[in-house]
Design a protein around this ligand. Structure first.
Ligand SMILES: Nc1ncnc2c1ncn2[C@@H]1O[C@H](COP(=O)(O)OP(=O)(O)O)[C@@H](O)[C@H]1O
Length: 274
């Protein structure tokens, strides 16, 4: 693990690499990669504001394609839930809506990659990383990214969704109690998002993330616009960015996302064999 961490940290400082587990510098980008459903060829990144649904859609694609969904936010929350020496220091930063240092994120990510390597994982769907230009440059040095999916949603809806987010403290399931029903104005489209309610046995165990308060959500959005939006431009310039405006909740958005990714047949085949 130490060697791996060092390689990731060295990459950040511009030194050379041979390989990293999961991350392979073997292929050049081709726009047709989007149509390649071989799981070994899925090296994707999800971008988008806090609460837009990166975790939901990355998780669904991960199950569909059989590639690991690696969320740095989940890695951070796992670290916070431990009683390790770092957890209090990290909690202070996360609960203010600020970003953690690259060093900490690289350390957590390296640890996760090492565990995945031991389990024979290949391919990846990254969620929550990269979040700064520096992180994107580092990732570019250590591996190839095929496709970057940028999820977009109106800011007022994002705030409501973040405030409605709930987690079951027992099973870890993610739910949302917000019910969004925005009427279209001046011929514009409205938006309906039904709540994603928990099953009865989770109902009494729901908790809210400590960084999902209104002030902290607004600060996270501010930081996203300042630090992470330039990452969109980084990938746009490389021709890798797929912009996806979410049309509504999961029932409307999931089929359209699959269509945009050329995966709608894949989903049908999988449902037929299930
Ligand atoms: N790549 C990263 N760089 C720095 N900090 C991160 C990164 N990923 C996660 N974090 C920290 O973990 C928190 C939660 O992450 P995440 O669940 O991805 O949040 P969000 O819902 O805002 O997208 C972030 O607000 C930040 O403090």
């Amino acid at each position: 693990m130490a060697a791996l961490t060092n390689r990731l940290l060295r990459a950040k400082n511009g030194l050379t690499f041979s390989s990293l587990p999961i991350f392979k510098i073997t292929r050049s980008f081709s726009s047709s990669i989007i149509h390649n459903k071989d799981k070994n060829n899925v090296q994707w990144v999800f971008l988008g504001c806090p609460g837009v649904g990166k975790g939901t859609y990355a998780g669904r694609l991960s199950s569909l394609l059989g590639v690991p969904h690696i969320s740095t936010g989940d890695l951070v929350r796992h670290e916070l839930s431990s009683s390790g020496p770092l957890s209090q220091e990290l909690a202070q930063i996360v609960n203010q809506g600020k970003l953690l240092s690259d060093e900490i994120i690289f350390r957590l990510l390296s640890k996760r990659l090492k565990a995945g390597e031991a389990n024979g994982e290949s391919g990846f769907i990254l969620d929550g990383f990269p979040r700064t230009i520096k992180q994107a440059e580092t990732l570019e040095k250590v591996t190839h990214v095929d496709l970057v999916i940028n999820l977009k949603l109106r800011e007022d809806v994002i705030i409501e969704k973040c405030l409605g987010r709930r987690i079951c403290s027992q099973c870890g399931g993610n739910f949302n109690v917000a019910s969004i029903d925005i009427k279209g104005e001046n011929g514009g489209r409205g938006m309906v998002m039904a709540p994603l309610l928990p099953p009865p046995n989770c109902e009494s165990k729901l908790i809210t993330r400590s960084d999902d308060t209104e002030d902290v959500v607004k600060e996270r959005l501010r930081i996203y616009n300042e630090m992470s939006q330039p990452v969109e431009e980084f990938y746009r310039r490389r021709g890798k960015l797929l912009e996806f405006d979410l049309p509504g909740g999961i029932p409307e958005s999931w089929p359209k996302l699959l269509q945009a990714l050329g995966l709608d047949d894949h989903d049908k085949k999988q449902s037929a064999t299930a």
